[in-house]
Every structure is written in C-alpha cells, then in structure tokens.
Design a protein around this ligand. Sequence first.
Ligand code: NAD
Ligand code: DAU
Length: 355
Amino acid sequence: MQTVFVTGGAGFIGSALVRLLIAETDWRIVNIDKLTYAGNLESLFEAGRNPRHVFSRTDICDRAALDALFAQYRPAGVIHLAAESHVDRSIHGPGDFIATNITGTYTLLEAARGYWSSLDEAGQRAFRFHHVSTDEVFGSLGPTGFFSETTAYDPRSPYSASKAASDHLVRAWRHTYGLPTLVTNCSNNYGPCQFPEKLIPLMILNALAGKPLPIYGRGDNVRDWLYVDDHARALKLVFERGEPGATYCIGGHNEKTNLEVVDSLCRLLDRLKPRPDGRSYLEQKTFVADRPGHDQRYAIDATKIGRELGWRPLESFESGLEKTVRWYLDHPDWVAHVQSGAYRQWLEQHYGGRA
Ligand code: NAD
Ligand code: DAU
C-alpha cells in the first residue's frame, strides 16, 4: 500500500479528491491541512473515518512539522492543493496569500526535496510532486481564444499573482534540483462542499434565505465551469500517469457569463424549491459594484490532457448544476454548520483536538 500526501484535503477540491482516492485506490492518504476558515473535515464524510485516511492539522509553512511527516509516512508523492483560494479575500488582505501560497509552497517543496534526496534511485524516479493551480495565472481573455499550456503568465490579482509565483517555484525545483514535478492549471470548479463565499454556493444560499443575489458589474464576465468530481478525476490521472515536468490545463468547455449562471440557478431553484410566495428567485438579482481588477473572461483549451491521458469531463453544466443545487438542498446540516461556524468544532469532537 503506498502513501500519498494531499495538502488542503479539508477544502472544497481537496475533500473531493480525498473522497475519490479513498474510494478508488488502496492508498493511505495523509491529509495535511491547517484548517483555516475554508477547511471543513465534515466535507470528507465516510472517507474521513476510513482507516486509510490520516489527518494532520499542519501549516504548510511549518518546515519542522512537514519534515516529521515525511520521515514518519515516507510518501510516494504529494498532491498539493493547500492555498488561500478566494480572489475577493486576496484583494482585502493579501498577506495570508503571500504566506501560504508562496512561502508555504516553497516550504513544502524544500521538505519534499529533502526527503526525495534521501530516497534510492528507484524511489526518486517514482516520486511525484503535483502542484494544483489555476487558470487565473494566465490573466484575462478577450471575447475569443483559450488558455493552454503555452500561454504566457499574466496574473492580475493578489491571489493569481501568488499562485503564479508558486507555479514558478515548482517548475524551478524541477529544473534546478530534478524534483519530479507536475503542474495542473484548472478553470472554475463548482459542486458539493464549496464554501459559500464563491459565486455558485453563495447564490444558492442567498436565494433560499430571501437575500439579494449580488452580481458584480454588469454580470457579463465569463468563467469556464468544471464539476469538482471531474477535476478530482483529472488530478488522479495526472498524478498517476502525467509526464514529470509537464503541465496540463484542465477545463470544462462550459463558458458562461455570471448572469447566465445566476439565471440558471434561479430557474433550478424555482423548480426544485419554489419560493413560498410563488414568485421567482430571479427577482432577487441585484447589480453591485464591480470587483477591482475583475478579469473579464477565462476559458481553457483542455486538448492536451484529453489527447495524452484520455480525460474528459463527465458532467455537462446543466447536469452538474442540478446535482449541485440538489446537494445543497439535501445537506441542511452541512450548510447550517458552515453558516453557524459549528463545523470548526468537528476536530475537537472527532479527534479530541489531538490531530
Ligand atoms: P479551499 O479554499 O476550499 O481549500 C483550501 C484548503 O487549504 C482548506 O482546507 C484550508 O484549510 C487549507 N489551507 C489553507 N492554508 C493552509 C496552510 N497554510 N497550510 C495547510 N493548509 C492550508 O480551496 P479550493 O477551492 O478547494 O482550491 C484548492 C486548490 O485548487 C487551491 O490551490 C486553488 O488555488 C486551486 N484551484 C481552485 C479552483 C476553484 O475553482 N476553486 C480552480 C482551480 C484551481
Ligand atoms: O478560475 C479558477 C478560479 O476560480 C480559482 O483559482 C479560484 O480559487 C476560485 O475562487 C475561482 O475564482 P473566481 O474569482 O472566478 O470565483 P468566484 O466564485 O469568486 O467568482 C466567479 C465570478 O462571479 C467572478 O466573475 C466574480 C463573480 N461574482 C462572485 C461573487 C462571489 C459575483 O458576481 N458576485 C459574487 O458575489
């Protein structure tokens, strides 16, 4: 049984990946997460209680703690998702983004390199450091064109600049030290267990609470939406079969304006959970001040990962969005714990604070 480190495994995408890896492999997963406001162990469901899941509450900036984990568990690889992930938060307070996304990735790379250098030749060849990144590092597109593996970097928010820096560090550790790295750059994810600061869960929960649905600017910014389980499958595939040193772009072929997304959500909710007064959730749409430096359009050309690794998304935007809305309607406990802050007590209750 091999051991794999997943950082950020209590977050939105990390928890989907941990659930997938526990279900579909016999690997032991060491889930390394600091449990910031975005970390929620409840999102792991049964996978969190599986004996092959080991949780460690660790900050990726803590070199000594990381060294101890590498020495204790001797992993075959690392899939690195831990990050500060929300663009609006990065605009209001960039400090945590610089610390975790840049210094944290640097610290993790150095801990991984120290451990990797101690392996025999076969162990070194087999080891993988997979860095999970975003399409936002490429900047903003006009009405046409796509981001691909050869697009030049042009990050424009504190979040995307910090992720770009981390991508550069990872590639530098490959070129300079030979660490077998992989980088994936993915478009906007949506699905179960996403923290309700991001567009889709925020709109679902605001709609149900009878609150305004705040649309930035004119609502004509475009994102390329990918269902989170499709991303998790792509990450597993790249980690297992990707070419060391390579980059793979991952995207959903689902370009939508924010207005289209909000309208679709309102119509779904009108069908699945009609408003008590019989009116449409569309009436709650509200245009608000734009996000500073708001990138206009993202879209990914995912040809390479399809051609080389045979990946393609299984969900359409329509099927994925309906699954997502149903998931939020069917999980009032998860939602209530996130909204009340009770999810932060889970660690104490289930691990006696010892993790
Ligand atoms: P998230 O905010 O939901 O989760 C991040 C997780 O990282 C949380 O569990 C948090 O506790 C943990 N974390 C934060 N700082 C840490 C630290 N210093 N040490 C250890 N753990 C720490 O994020 P997400 O949306 O799941 O994104 C995961 C990764 O995927 C990020 O690297 C993000 O940049 C990337 N990504 C996200 C999207 C998206 O649409 N959400 C798209 C492409 C790429
Ligand atoms: O593209 C990948 C990126 O997608 C990831 O790297 C980030 O971690 C992830 O947060 C996401 O970034 P975005 O800024 O695109 O996602 P967000 O959900 O914050 O916003 C999506 C779009 O919706 C964006 O154009 C801003 C707009 N928006 C967002 C919120 C929260 C609104 O109009 N109103 C809102 O209230």
